[in-house]
Design a protein around this ligand. Structure first.
Ligand SMILES: Nc1nc2c(c(=O)[nH]1)N[C@H]1C(S)=C(S)[C@@H](COP(=O)(O)OP(=O)(O)OC[C@H]3O[C@@H](n4cnc5c(=O)[nH]c(N)nc54)[C@H](O)[C@@H]3O)O[C@H]1N2
Ligand SMILES: Nc1nc2c(c(=O)[nH]1)N[C@H]1C(S)=C(S)[C@@H](COP(=O)(O)OP(=O)(O)OC[C@H]3O[C@@H](n4cnc5c(=O)[nH]c(N)nc54)[C@H](O)[C@@H]3O)O[C@H]1N2
Ligand code: SF4
Ligand SMILES: [Mo]
Length: 910
């Protein structure tokens, strides 16, 4: 097929798995012409046909725009030169040759790999094997270090092995779900909807959320504890002591299956009063009591946790403080009960199975244990085996900067955006001798630093397996041919291995062969010592592998019984003595405290419709409409103190860096804190890469960074003018003081700010919009007021519009945007152009709430105010909002209660 051109005949749906969150939903993809239709897979056990808004918009991302199509080489001596295209053969020769030269000169510890939970299990297996067994270093770490490593470390400390003991169906039978540091409604939407349905079916079930911030998840909760950032350990230590005091210890279980309760209680400050704990956690005593009482009274409780727990300098202790409470009460290994680490990336769990982290070996074996090293080396027949722990992500990039590591191969991750102190990563890559990057996209903040760029197959092209949060292995299947010369990641790694003379150990011609080897290793001399065992899946041929239906591990050769599938049901854990450990977790404050210079806590996280560094969701107009710009959310009091108005621009600074985002001033946002999304980067905004601001402190056990807590300050960013452009063609605006780029349906939207006070507007406007002197051009200038508006029309159709004003309150972009979809402008539209609205302006939609049906906030408010809708269900009947994927239901509920409260207040006042 032609380069950069995607086209396939209409065909039957191919079953595959969503490449976004760790929920792991089944997808049916149907290529048809240049489009791909996606729908939920009704047969997939995870989602039974449902998809959230990101999953529903997957078709928008299977496009040629921006793809890396060929191997390319950058000349290190002349960095300004364009990249040179080269053949795969030459590219692999270069990679193998240069890595070999560096290893021969400086030893195996001088090279490193930095990989990702978005690799498929087969890619991940090969990467780990090549590095640990054939290079002989453990300098391979993964972005899971930034994500799941505290959970992994917590599981290993408590259980002896990294085992997640809860399944999704447990959520259907539990009576209490505690969400700790998890905005499940936005980050695991289909799982969250399952919780809501379970609660609907069994109203005795309660949902409690522990999060310093109000979120879409807290919106739907029965109880929200807005605890002080970083105080989780204190809260769970208090709970442990409380449960113990009430006599809720499962004495038989604790006696038979655990060690360490006494030391753990001693370290839990067991005599602290509820009032003291509440004060330390920044909570009302009544709220804390309510939570403790609910937890105490409910046998079937599942505590789900994610980044508010893991991404902390006490992340591993947070995990163990939660597990301690489940061990004490014996609420583990039983239906409907247990601690549940929600995985972030689609294959975070698969990466753990193959031992992708720098301190793990393959198949849940330990790098530190000699017998494990010997076993794995024998199985691989490898010349070497890494014998000491490799560098963890943050240290790895420090070692690159110091020159200790001279070559790095980055796969399926964008560290220039996603690591803490991200400017340090830039410095490190800038001076690294050899940077190899395999990615699906040509231009990312990280590919900009690559010497050798390798085009990887993306979702829909690649083939393999992923494992979700509940240990369910599910196939990702190809349904379109690869674009350009894109190849699977496992293939690139194997080709390098072959060039090093290891063809016999890297003989793979297809993914099922790798999966088979992975399955065999999991069973190799296992005899029940390791819970991770998928020996029953060894020997699948291409056909059987292709037909593999989703299933949960373990899958031992001898059929597992139900008790075995429910991890720990037999009271057996995976430390050598078979016992679980209580882990003492004395509470401590986050590593860096706020002070007079940096008085606010910077918290970072996700929004509903974007995925990480936006390389894929940023291509979708649907997904870009919900939250179009990078923002800084803060409390009205903090905003007022800094002279920041809602909708204006704000600069956030820390000791590590600064950024500028749109201020979102929200009553419900806690004082003393700021929230900034992680998604925007140099491809989408001039100055919004929050990683550059985050302190590079890590948890001492897991090495996971403290992404949720950096001391910061905020101030107004006051440019000379604000503006926006909508344009059919991409424009050169990067020289302006501040900009952000938003993908529209048939246009690009730029939000702008400039610092030049007196601009030659008419000429400057034409230059900005790239319009010639004789273009069909409409213009409005109010020199004294600092207003400028222009529209460029080509053949009667709108080509571009520009609006400029001294203040940020410019007309809505919605009506103007709609003109790009329309054909010829009619008279009314032409007259309205420079006003930004039609002459007889109807109600404007406002911000998009329901991305699936494009329903805006103002229309929803109008429907509520008119009395036509008094519930989320009625809103759905009237406007369709919330009736497809349901991801916006928490926001609908919030608008409903706010609008109704407003109406009530107005009626009592009058
Ligand atoms: N839409 C969307 N979904 C995603 C992703 C995405 O990029 N976009 N990414 C996926 C990935 S890789 C991951 S890891 C998951 C992450 O999923 P989540 O962990 O749910 O997401 P975050 O927004 O990072 O953080 C969760 C919450 O932790 C809270 N928090 C901050 N500090 C504390 C604290 O001290 N204690 C407690 N209890 N809470 C705190 C934050 O306020 C935030 O609301 O999402 C996955 N799903
Ligand atoms: N401040 C702050 N920073 C954070 C977090 C936070 O909460 N706050 N969260 C952290 C967490 S939990 C995570 S998981 C990370 C995520 O951070 P990253 O992993 O850096 O983010 P992605 O945008 O998912 O990067 C994936 C890259 O791989 C490419 N890609 C996609 N598919 C493939 C493939 O099949 N093969 C190859 N070779 N490339 C592919 C994409 O184009 C993209 O460039 O961010 C971390 N950083
Ligand atoms: S919840 Fe949404 S993003 Fe996550 S796997 Fe399912 S469809 Fe994909
Ligand atoms: Mo993650």
């Amino acid at each position: 097929m032609a380069d950069g051109n995607l086209s396939m005949p209409a065909s039957t749906p191919i079953k595959t798995t969503c490449p976004y969150c760790g929920t792991g939903c089944g997808v049916e993809a149907t290529p048809s012409g240049k489009l791909v239709r996606v729908a939920g897979d009704p047969q997939h056990p995870t989602n039974a046909g449902r998809l959230c808004v990101k999953g529903s918009a997957l078709g928008d991302t299977v496009v040629p725009q921006g793809r890396l199509l060929h191997p390319q080489l950058r000349d290190k001596q002349s960095p300004g030169q364009p990249l040179q295209r080269l053949s795969w053969d030459a590219a692999l020769d270069h990679a193998a040759g240069e890595l070999r030269r560096i290893i021969d000169t400086h030893g195996p510890e001088s090279v490193a790999w930095y990989v990702s939970g978005q690799l498929l299990t087969e890619d991940y297996y090969v990467a780990n094997k090549l590095v640990k067994g054939f290079v002989g270093t453990a300098n391979i770490d993964t972005n899971s270090r930034l994500c799941m490593s505290s959970a992994v470390a917590g599981h290993k400390r408590a259980f002896g092995e990294d085992i997640v003991p809860v399944a999704y169906e447990d959520l259907d039978r539990c009576d209490l779900v505690v969400l700790v540091g998890s905005n499940t409604a936005w980050c695991h939407p289909i799982l969250f909807q399952r919780m809501l349905r379970a609660r609907e079916a069994r109203p005795q079930m309660k949902i409690v959320v522990l999060d310093p911030r109000k979120t879409a998840s807290t919106e739907m909760a029965d109880l929200h504890l807005g605890l002080r950032a970083g105080s989780d350990v204190r809260l769970f230590n208090g709970l442990l002591a409380h449960l113990h005091r009430l006599g809720l210890t499962d004495a038989a279980f604790v006696e038979r299956s655990t060690l360490g309760l006494d030391e753990t209680l001693a370290a839990a400050d067991r005599d602290a009063s509820l009032a003291d704990i509440a004060a330390d956690c920044g909570l009302e005593v009544e709220a804390l009591e309510r939570f403790y009482a609910l937890f105490a009274a409910t046998e079937r409780v599942i505590t789900c946790f994610s980044m508010g727990v893991n991404q902390s300098s006490a992340g591993t202790d947070k995990v163990n403080s939660i597990i301690n409470c489940h061990l004490l009460t014996g609420r583990i290994g039983k239906p409907g009960a247990g601690p549940f680490s929600l995985t972030g990336q689609p294959n975070a769990m698969g990466g753990r199975e193959v031992g992708g982290l720098a301190n793990m070996l393959a198949s849940h074996m330990d790098l530190e244990r000699e017998e494990h090293r010997e076993l794995v080396q024998r199985f691989w027949q490898s010349p070497a085996i890494a014998s000491r722990t490799g560098l963890k992500a943050v240290d790895l990039f420090k070692a690159i900067e110091s020159g200790e590591i001279k070559a790095v191969w980055i796969m399926a991750t964008n560290p220039v955006v996603s690591l803490p102190d991200a400017d340090q990563v830039r410095r490190a890559l800038d001076q690294c001798e050899l940077v190899i990057v395999s990615d699906v996209m040509a231009e990312t903040d990280t590919t900009a630093y690559a010497h050798l760029l390798l085009p990887a197959q993306g979702w829909g092209e690649k083939d393999g397996t992923v494992t979700n949060s509940e240990r369910c292995i599910s196939r990702q299947r190809a349904f379109v041919p690869p674009l350009g010369e894109a190849r699977p990641d496992w293939w690139m790694l194997s080709e390098v291995a072959r060039r090093w003379g290891h063809a016999a150990q890297f003989p793979y011609r297809a993914v099922h062969e790798i999966f088979d080897e992975h399955a065999r290793l999991s069973a190799f001399e296992n005899e029940g010592a390791r819970y991770f065992d998928i020996g029953g899946l060894a020997g699948l041929d291409a056909h059987a592998y292709d037909a593999l239906a989703p299933l949960r591990w373990p899958v031992p050769r001898t059929a597992a019984d139900a008790r075995h599938l429910q991890a720990f049901a037999d009271g057996r854990f995976y430390h050598a003595d078979g016992l679980a450990r209580f882990v003492p977790t004395p509470a401590r404050a986050p590593a860096n405290a706020v002070d007079a210079d940096y008085p606010l806590v910077l918290n970072t996280g996700r929004v509903r419709d974007h995925w990480h560094t936006m390389t894929r969701t940023g291509l979708s107009a649907t997904l870009s409409s919900h939250i179009p710009e990078p923002f800084v959310e803060l409390n009205p009091a903090d905003a007022e103190a800094a002279g920041i108005a809602h909708g204006s621009l704000a600069r956030v600074s820390t000791r590590w860096g600064s950024l500028v985002g749109r201020a979102v001033v929200a009553d419900e946002h806690a004082r003393g804190s700021l929230f900034v999304p992680i998604h925007w980067n140099a491809q989408f905004a001039s100055d919004a890469r929050v990683g550059a601001l985050v302190n590079p402190v890590v948890d001492p056990v897991s090495g996971e960074p403290e992404f949720k807590h950096t001391p910061a300050k905020v101030e107004a960013f006051v440019p000379a003018w604000h503006g926006f452009i909508l344009s059919r063609k991409p424009l050169a605006i990067r020289h302006l003081a501040w900009w952000t780029r938003v993908t529209g349906a048939s246009f690009t939207r730029y939000e702008l700010a400039g610092d030049a006070t007196s601009l030659p507007w008419p000429e400057f406007g034409r230059v900005l919009l790239g319009a010639s002197a004789d273009a069909d051009w409409l213009e409005y200038i109010d020199g004294a007021g600092g207003l400028y508006r222009a529209a460029h029309v080509v053949d009667g159709r709108i080509e571009a519009v520009l609006f400029v004003a001294p203040r940020p309150d410019l007309p809505s972009r919605n009506w103007l945007a709609s003109l790009f979809a329309a054909g010829q402008l009619d008279d009314e539209a032409r007259i309205g152009l420079l006003a930004g609205e039609p002459l007889a302006a109807g109600p404007d939609e406002g911000a998009t709430i329901c991305s699936c049906f494009g329903v805006g906030q103002k229309r929803i408010v109008a429907a509520i105010e008119s009395g036509q809708a008094d519930s989320v269900v009625k809103l759905g009947e009237l406007l369709k909002c919330g009736t497809n994927c349901g991801s916006c239901v928490p926001e609908l509920k919030k608008i409903l209660s706010k609008t109704q409260a407003g109406a009530k207040a107005a009626s009592t006042a009058s």
